[in-house]
Design a protein around this ligand. Structure first.
Ligand SMILES: Nc1nc2c(c(=O)[nH]1)N[C@H]1C(S)=C(S)[C@@H](COP(=O)(O)O)O[C@H]1N2
Ligand SMILES: [Mo]
Length: 321
């Protein structure tokens, strides 16, 4: 199993320790066939990483790879130049262009709700005990495009356990920063009801695949990707991966989530990737992998079915989108 990576970044595969979680269940269109057909990315040429938090750079670049999919990793320019981050604008190139509007340092995260040890942690204290690892995951946007992204971060469960959630903690709610008196450029318009809100059921949040990312491509997260820390839930549509998190709350009731609030008929709370449940306005059966010419089949649970299907046993996946 060899992953081809562009020579300009520090990924190596000699430190891969465990690929057991990644059983390939289908045969993919092999990258080799279309390898040369990457689309011109000129229209969203970034933006070298905008100011990110350098003091974590060594820990991030040194993180060992623990999981990866057997597919070509997207280019740095694609991952950091083609983004959804509505607080920084609604076009794909807005977030990289307006990235400097976000100030990820200093940063703190407030943890509250159904837990024994709530509190506000400075980013350094939050990260200090966390063991960083690199994981190469597919990311499937609900808009039917996808990428393969080398995240660096830690299992969300390792963070959540530090706050000792209690028996009433059935869900976890997350919020992105929103300073009404100093909004980000995209927050001046009510495209969404700010702050951006997301949530997971507690077992989804504690699942070993669910991660909090602080880096990508061996570097601290660029602002446009959700600096300084963002959620990554690889079997769900990308909008569940809330960026630039300032609040984590353990709740007994299912929390409200931004996209579900804005269009409940289009975006569910669960939003598990499912090629058989179409969006009301487009099919979810296929996806455009950024950098490829032909569309790929979308995989059930984005290819993570073996790992996560049991979370939803007994649930009607057609209804609980
Ligand atoms: N706060 C916030 N988080 C967000 C978004 C957003 O607009 N605001 N967009 C979501 C969507 S739709 C996707 S597909 C992913 C994109 O992540 P990326 O830009 O790092 O690829 O971020 C998600 N997280
Ligand atoms: Mo998305």
């Amino acid at each position: 199993m060899l992953i081809r990576v562009s020579p300009s970044h520090p990924l190596t595969d000699n430190d891969v320790t465990d690929e057991k979680l990644f059983h390939q269940r289908r045969s993919f269109i092999r990258q080799g066939i279309y390898g040369g057909a990457s689309l011109a990315m000129a229209s969203y040429l970034p933006a070298l990483a905008s100011a990110s938090i350098d003091r974590f750079a060594d820990r991030i670049s040194g993180a060992p790879t623990t999981m990866k999919v057997d597919e070509q990793v997207n280019k740095w320019e694609e991952i950091t130049g083609y983004n959804n981050y509505y607080e920084l604008g609604t076009s794909k190139d807005d977030p990289a262009r307006l990235a400097d509007a976000l100030q990820p340092d200093p940063w703190s995260v407030t943890v509250s709700g159904e837990c024994a040890k709530p509190g506000t942690l400075a980013l350094d204290d939050l990260l200090d005990p966390m063991k960083l690892e690199q994981r190469i995951y597919r990311m499937r946007c609900v808009e039917a495009w996808s990428m393969v992204v080398p995240w660096v971060g830690f299992p969300l469960a390792d963070l959540l356990k530090r706050f000792e959630p209690n028996g009433n903690a059935k869900y976890v709610a997350f919020e992105t920063l929103y300073d009404k008196s100093n909004p980000l450029p995209g927050q001046r318009r009510r495209v969404l009801d700010w702050p951006y809100r997301e949530g997971l059921r507690i077992d989804e949040a504690m699942h070993p695949l669910t991660m909090m990312a602080v880096g990508v491509y061996g570097k601290p997260l660029p602002n446009q990707n959700g600096a300084p820390l963002r959620l990554v839930v690889p079997w769900k549509y990308g909008f569940k991966g809330i960026k630039s998190i300032v609040s984590i709350r353990f709740t007994e009731k299912q929390p409200q989530t931004s996209w579900n609030m804005s269009a409940p008929g289009e975006y569910g709370f669960y939003s598990n990737v499912n090629p058989k449940v179409d969006h009301p306005r487009w099919s979810q059966a296929k996806e455009r992998r950024i950098g490829e010419f032909l569309r790929r089949d979308t995989l059930m649970f984005n290819g993570y079915e073996d790992q996560v299907a049991s979370l939803y046993s007994g649930m009607d996946l057609k209804k609980n989108y």
